[in-house]
Design a protein around this ligand. Structure first.
Ligand code: FES
Length: 238
């Protein structure tokens, strides 16, 4: 019997994969970037942001959750898919309060970097301007709910790596939000620590270290130097 090679086609390029790999992890390992926001190489896929939407054999799906299979024809860097990504990003921008020029995370923010990458020129939709709080109760961190995009990377990191469950999701639909797991609801009343994995994974400026916001000047930050499509291939692929 002939063995079928573990290869799929991504935008015309042959991508080899290991059985069990997703389309996203196989593409990144092969040096081909697929935009993604809620996916992280250290955690099980979440499948919520849909930035990684690709077309597989003519049907759209999330590259971070779809298993790579031999012979798949995958499209990613296509005008219609980048348009979907632009619209998804625009919705994320208007749903929260993302004011890049005044944000300490500017230049290191995946949301901002992806918006540049897919050439999002305006928010397009009407801004929600939701009323959200900032929790400054922790001695070393701010928790700015205005910038949270609900990727739940902090939830996954605290639960799966730190074993602490500092963060959790509460509410439903438009009321869904991240909470700090303390009777007071304050981050300062949890055992959240600088060394926690959850302190390192926020892709936006929702979990921010205090007092170091401008240690790296704007213009010299992670995505100031190169587009996210280059930077994340280097830092996420091990
Ligand atoms: Fe795949 Fe978010 S990266 S759904």
């Amino acid at each position: 019997m002939t063995e079928i090679a573990n290869i799929f086609i991504l935008d015309g390029e042959r991508i080899a994969f290991d059985p069990g790999q997703t389309i996203l992890t196989a593409a990144l390992a092969a040096g081909v970037y697929i935009p993604h926001l809620c996916a992280h190489p250290d955690f099980a896929p979440h499948g919520s942001c849909k930035l990684c939407t690709v077309t597989v054999n003519g049907r759209n799906g999330s590259a971070c959750t779809l298993r790579a299979l031999p012979g798949q024809e995958v499209r990613s860097n296509a005008p219609e898919l980048n348009e979907i990504r632009r619209v998804l990003l625009q919705m994320l921008f208007v749903e929260g309060n993302h004011f890049c020029p005044g944000c300490e995370k500017s230049g290191s923010c995946k949301l901002q970097a992806l918006a540049y990458d897919v050439e999002m020129l305006s928010p397009h939709f009407v801004q929600f301007f939701p009323h959200r709080n900032v929790d400054a109760s922790h001695p070393e961190f701010f928790l700015d709910f205005n910038r949270c995009i609900m990727c739940e990377l902090c939830v996954r990191a605290s639960r799966d790596v730190d074993g602490k469950n500092v963060f959790a999701l509460a509410g439903r639909g438009r009321d869904a939000h991240i909470i700090a797991n303390a009777p007071s609801g304050k981050l300062g009343d949890t055992d959240f620590a600088v060394t926690d994995k959850a302190a390192q994974v926020c892709p936006v400026g929702a979990i921010l270290r205090k007092e170091i916001g401008f240690v790296t000047p704007i213009g010299e930050r992670l995505y100031d130097r190169a587009p996210i499509s280059e930077v994340d291939l280097a830092v996420e692929v091990k």
